[in-house]
Design a protein around this ligand. Structure first.
Ligand code: F6R
Length: 607
C-alpha cells in the first residue's frame, strides 16, 4: 500500500501536495518523493523516512509549478532507499511515474527493456512502467500509458507526468484505489479522499482499466479508448473519517482489508498447474532448505499464534518436524539445534525486541534463519538469511488483525514450497494452491456478514469473562480470539484447546461465562461437539463458528457464525475473521479506545 497525490491547476502545487501527502502517510511512510513540472523542466525531491523528518528541507527548496505528483511509499519490491522512492523516471528523465500496487511480471519486462538499451536506476517494479511509457511515447502521454499498461500484469493506481507533454496529468487504475478530485479551476488525483478533502468534496472514483487525462481546463476518462462519462460524487466524511476509509476506526478498516491482504500475499506467487508456490525471497537458500530436518517458528503475541498454525501446517503437509516458541522464552531456553535446523521468525513490524533477540541467538548458533515480515527493510528482514514479505500494508491499529491473516497465508505458501521440495504430491500442491486462490473471495463473504456479527457482539457485551476453544488448526485461533477481546475491550478472556477444558477450565464455566467454539466441519469436528456439550451441561452459553450448511450446530449452540468451507489447513485464515469482528464490535459497544488500547504499544521494541 502506498499513497499517491497529483495536482494540475492554477495554484502552486507544492503546499497542496505536501498537505495531501501527509494525510496519506498511514498508507506507507518509509520514504516519499515529489516531481514538479514547470516551464518544460522537471524537479525531483526524494527522501527516506517520514515526511516530518525532512519537511523543512522540502519547504526550503521552494518548488514551483502547477503540475506535480507525489508518493508516500510502503516498500514491496526493493529496499527502503532514496533510489527506490517514487517518482520513477525513464532513461532521459522526461517521464515520471508514481505507483501503488504490484507489477507481477516486472522481472521479465525489466530484462527485456535492459536488452533494448534502457538503463534502470532502482530495484522497484514501478520503474518498468516509466521505461515502458518511454518506449511507447509518440507525443501523446495517455496513448503511451495505455500501450504500456497492455504489457503489464498486476495491479496499479498510477499518476504520470512528462516534460514532453507538459500540460496534463495521466492517471490509471487496476485494483488499486484512485480518485479524482474536481475543484475550482483545479483537478487532483489521490489514493483516497483524505488527501484532497481540504480542497474539494467533489470526487470521481476511477474504475478498473480506466485512464483519466487531467488538464487545467477539464478532464476525460477513457476505458478501452472509449470515453466514459462519469458521475461526480460528493463526499460527506470529515478528514479523520476519510483517512480511515470512512470506517470509525483503523482496526475495522484493517479487518475489512483481510480479503485483500490474502490476495496481495498470493499475488504472482501461485503456480496452479505445477502445484507450486513461487517465493523469490527464498531463492537464495533454496538448496539449503532441501536439507532442513527441523523448523522452529518464533514470534510474539498474535505473531506467535501464526507460528503455532504454521507448526501444524509444516508437520502435516511438508512432513518437517516443527516446534514453536515465543521470543521472550526462547532466548532463555537451551534449544537443541543443529545445522539441519532452520528458524522462521514471524513479525508484522520486524522490530519486536524479543523476536529479534531470539533471532540473534539463532544466528550465533549458525543456523539458517528466515523471516516472515510485513515491514520491508525492518531489522528482522535485514538480519535473517532470507524470507518472505507478507505484503499486508501498514497496520495502524495497535491490535494486530490483517497482519495475522497475511502471516498465516504466507506460512501456508511456505508449507507448499517446502512440501513440494519433499514428498508432497503434485495433486496436493495443486489442491492447496487452488484453495489459496479462492480464499480472498471466501474472506469477503464473511466480511459481508459483519452486521450479523455486530448484533451477536452487542448481545454478549456485558459478560465479564469468556472462553475461546478450538482444536488442531483452530486452537491458535482460539488463543487469538481471546487475546483480541482482552486487548481492546478489557474483558477477561482465555483461549484453550477444546480437549483441555475438562482438565481445569470447566471449573469456571457457568451461565455467566460464554464460550466461543471454533468448530468448522473438519477432522476434529466431532471432538469439538463433545466439548461444546461439556459447556452446555454447565449452563454455559455457546457461540459457534461453524461451516456453512451445518444446521445441526444451531440445535446445540446459542448463536452461530458461519464461515465458508475450505481446506482444513487454511481454515484459520478465514475463521479468525469473525473473531476479529466480534472483538471489535464488543469494544465498540463498550466505547473503548479501540485503535490505542491502554497500556499497549504497536511495536514492542524493549525486552
Ligand atoms: C496483538 C498484537 C501483539 C503483536 C506482537 C508482535 O494484537 O498486536 O501481540 O502481535 O507484539 O508484534 P510484531 O508482529 O510486530 O512482531
Amino acid at each position: 500500500m502506498c499513497g499517491i497525490v497529483g495536482y494540475i491547476g492554477n495554484k502552486d502545487a507544492s503546499p497542496i501536495l505536501l498537505a495531501g501527502l501527509k494525510r496519506l502517510e498511514y498508507r506507507g511512510y518509509d520514504s516519499y518523493g515529489f516531481c514538479f513540472i514547470n516551464e518544460g523542466k522537471a524537479s525531483l525531491f526524494k527522501r527516506v523516512g517520514k515526511i516530518e523528518r525532512t519537511e523543512k528541507e522540502f519547504v526550503d527548496c521552494n518548488f514551483k509549478g502547477n503540475l506535480a505528483i507525489c508518493h508516500s511509499r510502503w516498500a514491496t519490491t526493493g529496499l527502503v532507499t532514496e533510489e527506490n522512492a517514487h517518482p520513477h523516471s525513464d532513461c532521459k528523465g522526461e517521464i515520471f511515474v508514481v505507483h501503488n500496487g504490484i507489477i507481477e511480471n516486472y522481472k521479465e519486462l525489466r530484462t527485456k527493456l535492459i536488452n533494448e538499451g534502457h538503463v534502470f536506476k532502482s530495484e522497484t517494479d514501478t520503474e518498468v512502467l516509466a521505461h515502458l511509457i518511454e518506449k511507447h511515447f509518440d507525443g501523446v502521454l495517455e496513448d503511451a500509458v495505455r500501450k504500456a499498461l497492455k504489457e503489464v500484469r498486476g495491479t496499479y493506481g498510477l499518476a504520470v507526468v512528462s516534460t514532453k507533454d507538459p500540460d496534463k496529468l495521466v492517471a490509471a487504475r487496476l485494483s488499486s484505489p484512485l480518485i479524482i478530485g474536481v475543484g475550482v479551476d483545479e483537478l487532483l488525483v489521490a489514493s483516497d479522499p483524505s488527501a484532497i478533502i481540504a480542497r474539494t468534496r467533489q470526487i470521481i472514483i476511477l474504475d478498473d482499466y480506466e485512464i483519466a487525462v487531467l488538464r487545467k481546463d477539464g478532464f476525460n476518462i477513457f476505458k478501452e479508448e472509449v470515453e466514459n462519462k462519469k458521475q461526480i460524487e460528493t463526499i460527506e466524511w470529515d478528514i479523520e473519517q476519510a483517512e480511515k476509509g470512512g470506517y470509525e476506526h483503523f482496526m475495522l478498516k484493517e479487518i475489512m482489508e483481510e480479503g485483500n491482504v490474502i490476495e496481495d500475499a498470493i499475488r504472482g506467487r501461485m503456480l496452479k498447474e505445477e502445484g507450486l508456490v513461487k517465493l523469490g525471497g527464498l531463492d537464495s537458500v533454496e538448496k539449503e532448505l532441501r536439507d532442513i530436518e527441523k523448523i522452529i517458528l518464533i514470534g510474539c503475541g498474535t505473531a506467535h499464534y501464526a507460528c503455532k498454525v504454521g507448526e501444524y501446517m509444516l508437520e502435516e503437509y511438508a512432513d518437517i518436524p516443527a516446534e514453536t516458541d515465543i521470543g521472550s522464552e526462547f532466548r532463555y531456553r537451551k534449544p537443541v539445534v543443529d545445522k539441519n535446523t532452520a528458524a522462521i521468525f514471524v513479525s508484522q513490524s520486524g522490530e519486536t525486541a524479543d523476536t529479534l533477540a531470539a533471532l540473534k541467538e539463532m544466528k550465533e548458533k549458525g543456523i539458517l534463519t528466515l523471516g516472515v515480515t510485513n515491514v520491508v527493510g525492518s531489522s528482522q528482514s535485514r538480519e535473517t538469511n532470507a524470507g518472505v514479505y507478507t505484503r499486508s500494508g501498514p497496520e495502524i491499529a495497535v491490535a494486530s488483525t490483517k497482519a495475522l491473516v497475511g502471516q498465516l497465508t504466507t506460512l501456508a505458501m511456505i508449507t507448499v514450497y517446502l512440501g513440494r521440495q519433499r514428498e508432497m504430491a503434485l495433486v496436493m500442491g495443486k489442491r492447496i494452491v487452488e484453495e489459496l486462490i479462492k480464499l480472498p473471495q471466501l474472506a469477503e463473504t464473511i466480511l459481508k456478514t459483519r452486521e450479523d456479527i455486530k448484533k451477536i457482539a452487542e448481545k454478549y457485551k456485558d459478560y465479564r469473562d469468556f472462553w475461546y476453544i478450538g482444536r488442531k488448526y483452530n486452537f491458535p485461533v482460539a488463543l487469538e480470539g481471546a487475546l483480541k477481546l482482552k486487548e481492546i475491550s478489557y474483558i477477561h478472556a482465555e483461549g484453550a484447546a477444546g480437549g483441555e477444558l475438562k482438565h481445569g477450565p470447566l471449573a469456571l464455566v457457568d451461565e455467566n461465562c460464554p464460550t466461543i467454539a471454533i468448530c468448522p466441519t473438519d477432522s476434529v469436528y466431532e471432538k469439538m461437539i463433545s466439548n461444546i456439550e461439556e459447556v452446555k451441561a454447565r449452563k454455559g452459553k455457546v457461540i459457534a463458528i461453524a461451516t456453512e450448511g451445518n444446521e445441526e450446530i444451531g440445535k446445540i449452540a446459542d448463536d452461530v457464525i458461519y464461515i465458508p468451507k475450505t481446506l482444513e489447513m487454511l481454515t484459520p485464515i478465514i475463521s479468525v475473521i469473525p473473531l476479529h469482528l466480534f472483538a471489535y464490535y464488543i469494544a465498540s459497544a463498550l466505547g473503548r479506545d479501540i485503535d490505542k488500547p491502554k497500556n499497549l504499544a504497536k511495536s514492542v521494541t524493549v525486552e
